[in-house]
Write a protein that binds this ligand. Structure first.
Ligand code: ZN
Length: 99
């Protein structure tokens, strides 16, 4: 297919190519049907490319995993209970029925 280069917005294409190569992006998602979405990380606000359901970039995910791995089993259980309590406060005590 011949591409008519006059119709290409070069700055936008360069920006998108930069995001796709960024360390924040998830290149392992690109082959998936919904793997090339432009998302914004909820932790650092950087744009990244990856599956449409991802909301955390690859760098922040790695930091989160490092933090999680540093916790003891007791600290992990405490954290899970804290998050579950927060979710129940927001969505109600029967939130599990909606999942
Ligand atoms: Zn991030």
């Amino acid at each position: 297919m011949k591409i008519d280069t006059k119709d290409i917005d070069l700055p936008k294409f360069r920006a998108l190519a930069g995001v796709s190569r960024s360390a924040h992006s998830w290149p392992e998602d690109y082959a998936d049907e919904n793997g090339k979405y432009l998302n914004q990380c909820v932790t650092c606000n950087e744009h990244f490319m990856g599956h449409r359901r991802r909301n955390v970039c690859k760098l922040c995910d790695a930091e989160n995993q490092k933090w999680w791995d540093s916790l003891t089993d007791h600290e992990k259980r405490e954290h899970i209970a804290e998050v579950a309590g927060e979710v129940r406060r927001i969505f109600g005590p029967n939130v599990e029925d909606q999942l």
